[in-house]
Design a protein around this ligand. Structure first.
Ligand code: NCD
Ligand code: ZN
Length: 353
């Protein structure tokens, strides 16, 4: 890594949590990620969900086809596939996933927690023990959407309650299971991941590093800032920023870029998800710069993730330059448009190579 006040060169980063969707939306968004990242963990919450190796490999082929359509050469980007855990995932499904070499994690969506999670898990330890046992033995990580779905629990408390109700019993039952606490959003989550014994890590989004929940309501209700887990109070943002820039290997980059068309966001019941693939590294650089820690961005974006997943570090470089970059108002997406996070605002960093 090298930094001057105006240029930052880092090893090419990876995105450890990404939604690419499918069909015409996939065709529209895939190049945004491939321009900045060498690899990404691809979320399996399609409709129907990606529950088997065959479905994962077919989806990977569609991603490669979309890359080609976007004019990006073979080898420019590697999709790291995941399986969607259900109550019916078997130990054989897990073994096949591991042996495929294409699947790098298994995603837990508590049923009903977020977009396309209806087929998710209803009772993790009750229904998925054999799959979890197989994942632990195979060294295949469990990627966790860490929120309880109990309607009696306040939306803003669902991550903290998940730690007590699910994470702690899970880690007690499967102490060697690799677990990634996805899109961490709270101080309680940060403390848990810092202190947990065994192979536990977490991804952090750019939006949770840059914004607190005030962003949702600034001057009126702003649907493009709505995602799950929802933005939290300032004290939580500060804890996340501290964790991401601490140099600790357990925290790494995961954008959770989740495209929804403009019409589905600006709606009486708007979808959850922020589109950040377009300007992911600009957003992260802005966040790290805000606390004077650009020197820690490379570890967070390019080193900690591969170390946890047991994959090699990338070969190429990414260069960011200081300068005013205006985020576009919207971008074409399938037969509609997508509004990137913080559209129309300016950022102080731009990816240049
Ligand atoms: C994601 C989506 O739209 O698929 N939405 C989101 O708000 N992050 C699902 C998810 O990761 O929760
Ligand atoms: Zn997500």
């Amino acid at each position: 890594m090298s930094t001057t006040t105006d240029t930052l060169t880092i090893i090419r980063p990876d995105d450890w949590h990404l939604h690419l969707r499918d069909g015409a939306v996939l065709d529209s968004v895939v190049a945004d990620t491939a321009r900045q990242f060498a690899r990404a963990i691809i979320m399996p919450n399609l409709q129907p969900p990606v529950t088997t190796v065959a479905l994962a490999i077919a989806y990977r082929d569609r991603i490669y086809a979309a890359l080609k359509l976007a004019g990006m050469g073979e080898g420019s980007f590697e999709p790291l596939m995941t399986l969607y855990l259900t109550d019916n995932t078997s130990a054989a499904d897990i073994l096949a996933a591991k042996q495929s070499g294409a699947v790098h994690g298994v995603k837990l969506y508590p049923a009903g927690a977020t977009t396309n999670s209806a087929a998710g898990v209803t009772d993790l330890l009750g229904r998925c023990s054999l799959a979890l046992e197989a994942m632990q033995s195979a060294g295949l990580p469990l990627l966790v959407h860490g929120e309880v779905t109990d309607p009696a629990i306040d939306l803003f408390d669902r991550e903290a309650v998940f730690i007590d109700r699910v994470m702690i019993p899970l880690r007690r039952a499967f102490p060697e299971l690799k677990v990634v606490f996805e899109h961490l959003t709270t101080r309680e989550g940060v403390n848990y991941v810092r202190e947990a014994e065994g192979p536990v890590a977490a991804t952090i989004t750019a939006h949770h590093l840059l914004y607190n929940r005030n962003a949702l309501f600034q001057g009126g209700i702003r649907p493009h800032w709505y995602c799950l887990p929802v933005l939290k109070r300032e004290q939580h943002r500060l804890a996340l920023l501290d964790a991401a820039t601490s140099g600790t290997g357990r925290f790494f980059l995961g954008t959770d870029s989740a495209p929804h068309s403009k019409g589905l966001k600006e709606n009486a019941c708007g979808c959850a998800g922020c589109y950040t693939a377009l300007h992911a590294m600009e957003l992260y650089a802005t966040a790290f710069d805000s606390v004077g820690h650009l020197d820690r961005l490379e570890a967070f974006a390019s080193l900690n993730g591969p170390a946890f997943y047991g994959l090699p570090v990338n070969q190429g470089k990414l260069v960011l330059q200081r300068g005013s970059y205006q985020i576009p108002a919207e971008l074409p997406m399938a037969d509609s448009t997508v509004v990137p996070l913080a559209a129309g605002e300016s950022l102080a960093w731009k990816v240049v190579a």
